[in-house]
Design a protein around this ligand. Structure first.
Ligand code: BGP
Length: 465
């Protein structure tokens, strides 16, 4: 495998494919959730989404025309094994073979995520990731993927964001099963981490030579005051958001401090089995995929009960609230610019994080598997002048360059997202794409100014990374 820097963009199956009842696909928890009354904030579905299921060739051609040499997408488990366990669907396998072959045809390297939030409904109903049986089912599913696509795919990602997914499922409670209970969260996350380790182990045992990693949403944690209480909040936040995932998949064991803290909180950890230790050891990743969106500013808890509210409204006056009892609270710097959804715009965060990884995990290469800006885009005479997105992306790639020059082993960068896709809970109004999708006009594709900027940037500067 040659070592070219990957310049690409990313999507995930539920967010772009559509074709929710086509090709023998089974139902996922997201199909069910989006059709339920619980989906009441922005009540839309991914039934059609960008119609990528039918228009993937047009999309991959667009990626290649934009000078991108890589495309990150996810496989919908429900297309491969519609009921989660048991019968394999040939039609589903054929679809992903076509998708991967099309990438190859256009010289676009596929980076394939095996699980990106959409869980087969049958497994979800049996407890989802809280149930260890889901780990067994996942291992069977990924082995089918390795067997069918392993000769063609050089980059795999086991799980997308074990931290953020379980935070939304069991902290904010805005993703199915819509629960607010952090004890259940840690259990689900443990099983996701175990599933990832079992996938890595299976991949190696099957003799494949590609790179397999995990995609982690990671955040540099910062404090605005330097005193003991703030430093303690920073340390706990780092365990909560970063090392609980990153140490585990890179070093092959859960950090002691993490286990100690959960024990202090009186949680039942009997789901952590002694025999799993060997699996975590054998299942360490070849690279860490990092979804880099922002930093977290934290402060000590004020003593209130846990409150966790995420801004899914797109109204910047509605602040995110995160006060996690016995851990930390989210702080705010009023001087930093924010998106309409309240996320800080702070490109230097990627540099701070990469430099931290260089110290903590010097032997593990990093691929930035997502980075992007959610905005309301406006079409003006068939054009989208998203200069704000260009500024944002330019900031990030410049800071990444600096980190590489200073010795960080970063091997790729993917913009979220290839085109506008369904945004979890935010629906279709929060747009991240390099390409605009007119959801009211047969999913017409219009490249934005940022698409053209990225194309030129890769041509001019891409080779120097
Ligand atoms: C990441 C997810 C993506 C994507 C992105 C933007 O956490 O991996 O799937 O959706 O965030 O998030 P959102 O659409 O909620 O703004």
């Amino acid at each position: 495998m040659d070592r070219k820097f990957l310049w690409g963009s990313a999507t995930a199956a539920y967010q772009c494919e559509g074709g929710w009842k086509e090709g023998g696909k089974g139902m996922s928890n997201w199909d069910t959730f989006c059709h339920s009354e619980k989906n009441n904030i922005n009540p839309v579905t991914g039934d059609v989404a960008c119609d990528h299921y039918h228009r993937y060739e047009e999309d991959i051609k667009m990626i290649a025309d934009g000078n991108q040499n890589a495309y990150r997408f996810s496989i919908a488990w429900t297309r491969i094994i519609p009921d989660g366990v048991g019968k394999i669907s040939r039609e589903g396998i054929d679809f992903y073979n076509r998708l991967i072959d099309t990438c190859k045809k256009y010289n676009v390297e596929p980076l394939v995520t095996l699980y990106h939030y959409d869980l087969p409904q049958s497994l979800f109903e049996n407890g989802g990731w809280e149930n260890r049986a889901t780990v067994d089912a996942y291992e069977e599913y990924v082995k089918v993927c390795f067997k069918e696509f392993g000769d063609k795919v050089n980059y795999w990602a086991t799980i997308n964001e074990p931290n953020y997914e379980t935070l939304c499922c069991y902290g904010f409670g805005n993703y199915p099963p819509n629960v607010k209970n952090l004890e259940r969260r840690w259990k689900a996350m443990y099983h996701l981490m175990l599933a990832s380790a079992r996938a890595v182990k299976a991949y190696k045992n099957m003799g494949y030579k590609g790179m397999i990693g995990l995609v982690s949403d990671s955040y540099p944690i910062e404090i605005l005051k330097d005193n003991e209480e703030y430093r303690k909040a920073k340390k706990l936040a780092n365990i909560f958001f970063n090392t609980s995932v990153n140490d585990t998949c890179i070093k092959g064991y859960y950090p002691d401090e993490y286990i100690e803290h959960l024990t202090e909180l009186g949680y039942d950890l009997s789901y952590m089995k002694e025999e799993d230790k060997e699996i975590f050891k054998a299942g360490t990743v070849d690279y860490l995929g990092v979804n880099a969106y922002c930093r977290f500013l934290v402060k000590p808890c004020t003593g209130r009960e846990t409150v966790m509210e995420v801004n899914n409204t797109g109204d910047s006056s509605k602040n995110e609230e995160m006060e996690i009892k016995d851990w930390c609270a989210l702080d705010d710097d009023p001087n930093t610019k924010k998106t309409p959804w309240g996320t800080e715009i702070y490109p230097k965060s990627v540099y701070d994080m990469l430099m931290e990884f260089k110290e903590l995990y010097p032997d593990t290469p990093i691929i930035i598997t997502e980075n992007g800006l959610g905005e309301y885009d406006i079409v003006e005479g068939e054009k989208i002048h998203d200069q704000y997105r260009i500024n944002f992306l330019q900031g990030y790639v410049d800071w990444i360059k600096k980190a590489i020059v200073e010795g960080c082993d970063c091997r790729g960068y993917f913009v979220w997202s290839t085109m506008d896709v369904y945004s979890w809970i935010n629906g279709y109004k929060k747009r991240y794409g390099l390409v605009y999708i007119d959801f009211d006009d047969n999913c017409k594709r219009i490249p934005k100014d940022s698409y053209h900027w990225y194309k030129e940037f890769i041509k001019e500067k891409g080779g120097s990374y």
